[in-house]
Design a protein around this ligand. Structure first.
Ligand code: DQA
Length: 161
């Protein structure tokens, strides 16, 4: 299945709405395996992401949960909430979760897969992404900056780029 592309031209002056979801163990950023993930906290990444969104004309909502079903609920709730697109770092669920893949396919909104590390350079079990078939793209390996680069890419897609 082809990933969803831009669905609508942005209304004149109407901000885009982006939901950013981070999955399990990402609340531990700052101290978690800094060689892979750096030392920036998730709170700091969120603060920078919201500010970059403002600069780009996008309202960014940020969430973190350790629970697979909560991620499904957050994805499924995007259309009722008027969300235009998604940033998703599903953590280890990236490599395992058909439930989250199905949620992404069901909502059909543009989603960018985000990773702080580059999973392709790590263990073999991290090289498969279950999320990829439902994503317009992926940004990986730039630590916290991956989220901001992913937002730039998503906004471009939503604006028809
Ligand atoms: C991660 C990579 C995953 O393989 C890992 O399980 C994570 C973090 C990343 O951001 O680099 O929890 O998604």
């Amino acid at each position: 299945m082809k990933p969803a592309r831009a669905r609508r031209a942005p209304g004149r002056g109407a901000p885009l709405r982006v939901r950013c979801i981070s999955g399990p163990n990402l609340q531990l950023l700052g101290t978690r395996e800094p060689a892979f993930y750096g030392t920036e906290t998730l709170q700091s990444i969120h603060t920078r992401l919201v500010a970059r969104g403002e600069a780009l004309g996008a309202v960014v909502e940020v969430f973190q949960t350790n629970h697979e079903g909560d991620i499904c609920d957050l994805v499924a709730g995007c259309r009722p909430a008027g969300i235009d697109g998604l940033l998703l770092n599903a953590g280890a669920y990236t490599h395992t979760s058909l439930a989250i893949l199905d949620a992404l396919l069901a909502v059909g909104l543009p989603c960018v897969e985000v990773h702080l590390s580059n999973p392709d350079t790590r263990e073999a079990y991290r090289r498969r992404s279950r999320m990829a078939p439902a994503c317009v793209g992926r940004v990986a390996g730039f630590r916290g900056e991956s989220y901001l680069l992913a937002l730039e890419g998503l906004v471009g897609v939503l604006r028809g780029g």
